[in-house]
Design a binder for this molecule. Sequence first.
Ligand SMILES: O=C(CO)[C@H](O)[C@H](O)COP(=O)(O)O
Length: 231
Amino acid sequence: MNTKDLQKKQAAKAAIKYIQSDMVVGLGTGSTVAYFLDALAKSDRRIIGVTTSKVTSERCATLKIPIVDIDEVDHIDVTIDGADEVDTYLNGIKGGGAALLMEKIVAKNSRENIWIVDNSKVHDTLGAFPLPVEVIPYGSGQLLRQFADKGLFPKLRRSQVDNQPIITDAGHYIIDCHMTTINNPYALAEYFESQVGVVEHGLFLNICDRVIVGGETIQIQERQQNQMGIK
Ligand SMILES: O=C(CO)[C@H](O)[C@H](O)COP(=O)(O)O
């Protein structure tokens, strides 16, 4: 196992201590969450899961972790998810696995959000990871032009198998914006939120409460309420 995978697994295992039996637990998407699901299935915690993608639902079925639809619960106690990038303010980029829409819906309905990451995901400023933006297929070519005019270096995400656009679980496209640095994530989030045809963007701001970073020593960072992360 390489260092990144080892750290993902360490972070995933460390997250189990935040889970108690009978909790309603939001279950994110990605390889780190897959390690968390394995650890959860082996643990003595008996939870009810709310998933964020078909792939996570399928893994829960295999591992016999019970899940319900998000609309069947009146609250979610805690959500455990991965991230593509996280900054010192615990703002982050998500959507590398094309699940950002459901991940954000579940996160926004959770009392607490915990991210589990390997050390390579932690940066001072966001932007090293291309920012995913989920869009309606109709008119997506126009959005690509507008994003390019704004200097966001957009690229439609395509399948490596057949070069066709990736379709999300909700039937949308993903445009990845290759900016390298995002100086003001709040202004950028507002821009995307004002564009017709944009369903959701991968900037998760003021959402994460705690990040667990895998490593020889597990690091746990908690969000400071009064820091926004505008550079
Ligand atoms: O946002 C996500 C999926 O949409 C994932 O949480 C993110 O891509 C991290 O994935 P991994 O744990 O495989 O590195």
